[in-house]
Design a protein around this ligand. Structure first.
Ligand SMILES: Cc1ncc(C[n+]2csc(CCOP(=O)(O)OP(=O)(O)O)c2C)c(N)n1
Length: 582
């Protein structure tokens, strides 16, 4: 077969097409001009021009989280590359598969402090799953093949490919072919759980009287929700999800305890603290869950399924570690349990389920605040989420930013499906919500996409409102406006006697309605509780428009429950005056 001669830049575009890429988020510059010219000369891949590289990476991340396909980013060298760093770190902490292709200065200029030179490989090293500095055009196809394989398999994560400008020079051509097979000897993630370990896990499961299934983002990433639901139905065990895991088990499901951890529900945290068995799947026992690891679930046996061997017994020592993919290991567990079906006694855990129900009755979240809090008061942030949930029938894709509004969203919107809830859990990146929503809307043009944000977070990537206009993205922005950096203020209220150091803005906030309008969108402001329902309705009825709903809420509201730092999972603040310990 005659091989065609093409340039490195054209080879890059061809290789991306081979990987099924149809969308790229990016921003051009000197070092990536050859690449952008190759992009211009092809039709297969659409490019979304963002307004800041951070937005490009979050958008690719939102695209990846919602669609399950890897997100792709183009940035230029120097400031383009460094602007992408927060986005890469965000994807790294939440294990999202993205491939970031950065332009680099010409090879002979590397190391000379040349114009717009920065050591992208060095800077990004601790926050990528892997990175490549491409040395010659001929290496591009195999590098792309490897990058997509590494980003999407095992524990997914971001991969950076840094390409010096002369490597993509149109005057240098080589014989292009795309590798069909790939074999990386040093990288072979284990998918199937060890059968002996699965059997040990089954033994513990059959013995348990007070079990909890605790799952995280791994179940969503690995498309293992169906298996999780089947397992729950088989055993009748209660389930709690991390912030990253919401939607893996239906939020309205009868066995669901709500989110656990720092702002988890009372019943989920009490169940974790008092259980006799934890089955952890695709979750990593991070500090927002365990509180003090030395006081964590002391009477529980622990089974931990995770694709990443480094996560096992990293923070909490577990009794049965199982390395493997969540989907396959859950399937293996179900299969083994079915072989022992006569030994499954669903009734045995009834007293435990009753105990959990009584915890919920005692201090569970009030999901009827819209109906029960008088409309003479200020709007509560929780009511905004409840109103949004009602208006969208629970069917929207929800992205969020970081702060109190994020926690209220996690607590009060019931996510029934995986990939419906998209937020920065690990890094907690303010500015994530809007560009992530762009990625979701582009992945699912007909879907309803809402971004729950705060007036602090939205201003971190507000420039993407312009991108939304260019590409007609009818995102609904729900700004839970408490005119303060609410989560910071909450900690200052609780731990610094209310000294609000740099967490308020005096009267310097923009008029968000006018701001939205100046970007060509629609803005609606709501201040009174009785206006909320209609405004929400108007917002979502404007189907083809981006609407910025600026909801002025009670700034004194705190997020509860809240774990008391350094204590156990049962030590929670339940409101401003009530705590569960002495
Ligand atoms: C980029 C970044 N800077 C700082 C923080 C620390 N931080 C966490 S929450 C928060 C306040 C967020 O305010 P806002 O977006 O208005 O949301 P609210 O908490 O008021 O709902 C801050 C500053 C962060 N998470 N991300």
């Amino acid at each position: 077969m005659n091989k065609e001669k093409i340039s490195g830049a054209d080879a890059l575009m061809r290789s991306l097409k081979e990987e099924g890429v149809d969308l790229i988020f990016g921003y051009p510059g000197g070092a990536s001009l050859h690449i952008y010219d190759a992009l211009f000369n092809q039709q297969a891949v659409q490019h979304i021009l963002v307004r800041h590289e951070q937005g490009a990476v979050h958008a690719a991340d939102g695209y990846a989280r919602s669609s399950g396909k890897p997100g792709v980013v183009f940035v230029t060298s120097g400031p383009g590359a460094t602007n992408a760093i927060t986005g890469i770190a965000t994807a790294h902490m939440d294990s999202t598969p993205i491939v970031v292709i950065s332009g680099q200065v010409k090879r002979h200029l590397i190391g000379t402090d040349s114009f717009q030179e920065t050591d992208m490989i060095g800077i990004s090293r601790p926050i990528v799953k892997y990175s490549f500095l491409v040395q010659k055009a001929e290496d591009i196809p195999l590098t792309i093949k490897k990058a997509f394989h590494i980003a999407t398999t095992g524990r997914p994560g971001p991969v950076v490919i840094d390409i010096p400008k002369d490597v993509t020079d149109p005057d240098y051509e080589f014989e292009y072919s795309y590798p069909q097979e790939l074999d990386i000897r040093s990288y072979k993630p284990v998918k199937e759980g060890h059968l002996g370990q699965i059997r040990k896990a089954v033994k513990l499961i059959l013995k348990a009287e007070k079990p909890v299934i605790y799952t995280g983002g791994g179940v969503i990433q690995n498309n293992a929700s169906e298996e999780l639901i089947e397992l729950v139905n088989l055993l009748n065990f209660p389930v709690t999800n991390t912030l990253m895991g919401l939607g893996a088990y239906p939020g309205t499901g009868s066995k669901f305890l709500g989110m656990l951890g720092m702002h988890g529900t009372y019943e989920a945290n009490m169940a974790m603290h008092n259980c006799d068995l934890i089955l952890a799947v695709g979750a990593r026992f991070d500090d927002r869950i365990t509180n003090d690891p030395a006081k964590f679930a002391l009477n529980a046996k622990k089974i931990h399924i995770d694709i990443d061997p480094a996560s096992l017994s990293k923070i909490i020592k577990v009794d049965v570690p199982i390395v493997g993919s969540a989907k396959i290991c859950l399937y293996q567990l179900i299969k083994e349990l079915k072989r022992k079906i006569s030994k499954i006694d669903k009734e045995k855990i009834n007293p435990w389920l009753q105990q959990i129900a009584s915890w919920r009755k005692l201090h569970g979240l009030n999901h009827n605040l819209l109906e029960t809090v008088p409309s003479t008061k200020k709007i509560l942030p929780q009511q905004v989420i409840q109103s949004l949930y009602k208006e969208t029938n629970g069917n929207a894709y929800i992205t969020s930013d970081v702060g109190q509004h994020q926690m209220f969203a996690a607590q009060y919107y019931f996510f029934d499906k995986p990939r419906q809830w998209i937020n920065s859990g690990g890094l907690g990146t303010m500015g994530f919500g809007l560009p992530a929503a762009m990625g979701v809307q582009l992945a699912f043009p007909k879907a309803t996409v809402a971004c729950i944000t705060g007036e602090g977070s939205i201003q971190m990537c507000i420039q993407e409102l312009s991108t939304c206009l260019q590409y007609d993205l009818p995102i609904k922005i729900i700004n839970v406006n408490n005119s303060s950096l609410g989560m910071v203020k909450q900690w200052q209220d609780m731990q610094y006697e209310g000294r609000l150091s740099q967490s308020t803005y005096e009267d310097s906030l923009p008029d968000f309605v006018k701001l939205a309008e100046s970007y060509g969108h629609i803005g609606i402001k709501v201040e009174k509780p009785e206006e909320l329902k209609n405004a929400m309705n108007e917002c979502f009825n404007l189907k083809n428009k981006l609407v910025f709903l600026d909801v002025i809420v009670d700034r004194e509201e705190h997020v509860y429950p809240m774990l008391e730092a350094g204590m156990s999972m049962q030590d929670m603040w339940l409101d401003k005056k009530t705590k569960t310990w002495e």
